[in-house]
Design a protein around this ligand. Sequence first.
Ligand code: PEP
Ligand code: MG
Length: 571
Amino acid sequence: MSNISGIAASSGIAIAKVYKLAVPELTFEKTTIDNPEAEIERLNQALEISKNELEVIKENARKSLGDEHAEIFSAHLLVLSDPEMINPIQDKINTEKVNAEAALEDTANMFIDMFKAMDNEYMRERAADIQDVTKRVMAHLLNVTFPDPALIDEEVVIVAEDLTPSDTAQLNKNFVKGFTTNIGGRTSHSAIMARSLEIPAVVGTKSITSDAKKDDLIIVDGIDGDVIINPTEEEITTYKKKQEDFEKQKEIWAQLKDEPTVSADNHHVELVANIGTPDDVAGVINNGGEGVGLYRTEFLYMGKSELPTEDEQFEAYKSVLEQMGDKPVVVRTLDIGGDKELNYLDLPKEMNPFLGFRAIRLCLERDDIFRTQLRALLRASAYGNLKIMFPMIATLDEFRQAKALLLEEKDNLKNDGVDVSDEIEIGIMVEIPSTAVIARQFAKEVDFFSIGTNDLIQYTMAADRMNERVSYLYQPYHPAILNLVNNVIEAAHAEGKWAGMCGEMAGDSIAIPILLGLGLDEFSMSATSILPARTQIKDLSKEELASFKDQLLSMNTADEVEQFIRENTNQ
Ligand code: PEP
Ligand code: MG
């Protein structure tokens, strides 16, 4: 038995067997063989097993995530059935008498280099497919297990160095009871997705992949951030009880599901949800969300082998808007970069991806990609209460350029007779300190602000949100952060605009009283945080909290702030 602590990333308790998700070592030696026929047979078997696996994965992805996500696996299957790819491997074995591993690697590399060098984006995307699929076949040739989250068909807890957002998107909730990783923080995207999937998770344990072995029994306590490997009978009983208590607590929270969010002194604020896919809307409704405060559209672009078309995007946006009826839906335009990669765009690796060519920076340069998304959004606007915001805005000029493109596409559509709403509010995310500091100037031009504290904190404190070594600096209650947040809210209100927050801080039980007192209008959080937040706000006096404002903003440290809130709000 051993106990490890990490960062509680998604609440709940999971108890199941360990499933290790690690890309295996795929090294081999190039050898000369004397029986090419047997070698080709070995290759064919590896191809066959890979194809069978991909069929299963494709079907699972289709069922849990929809056709568009399943498409990437169709592309992989096509590669494995393409004679132009397979014949040269077999020829190499026959003529050069090399082992199948070497023939596969040489041929795949030749195609990858060739596709990568092409001008045509579609062909460049094929390089990524070949790369992915070759790894699977290679693993089978080398007889090493190639773990696949989408193939899991028994109850497990996933143990991994990290999970990419697309790994997380493939998890089947019926079998994956929880996950725990070495790296990551509460605001890494795998943690955020765990919360929308309602899977308990503990991240940033530093060592779980070496501490836990395949098939060990493991407990993941996503409430307190603990992981217990091979627990004693007594520990199992304790955690089963904790699991039951958590379920009971959820029933109590659920009593406020259809109630508005009002403070003890009768002030209303909006509690809305962050989503990543149209499938997440069910969770928003079940958890009593008053709208969607952040739809992270980049997940439409991920887990695929090519850009989503305008029609595909239109269907996704329309589906979210229709499901939400007249409730507001704030859609954020593409925010790729940082820990969210799109292999098929084939962007050069950067030294500091979080400070690099991402989000609006990429969209303004690749306006073909941006315009497609804007058109899809504008067309969908006829089906509900749409608001659009741009991510990672650092200068007014970026906002003006993005807005101009949006208005240009709106005119184009209207000229073509397409129905587009005239009520769409256009706002920005405040994630960059420069924007928070001159929020007053922005407030004259935007319709609303949504404060993205996940990034705002990392940029203000110069502490990478993914790096558990500097997580001690990732301080939402730091007075510097509170002053920036306050500046944004005051700037919005001075111009009669509204200010929301869609970073994870908005759902944090210490931050909620502070933000209520600062006058935040809209709190956007993981759907599962909405009911606990509504329950908490019911007992808070907004006016009393507002009277603490100057005192809080002039405090010296995050600890002082936290202690003050604990003492003054019965926590
Ligand atoms: C943020 O930065 O606070 C935010 C909500 O955006 P993301 O977490 O997707 O970067
Ligand atoms: Mg962000």
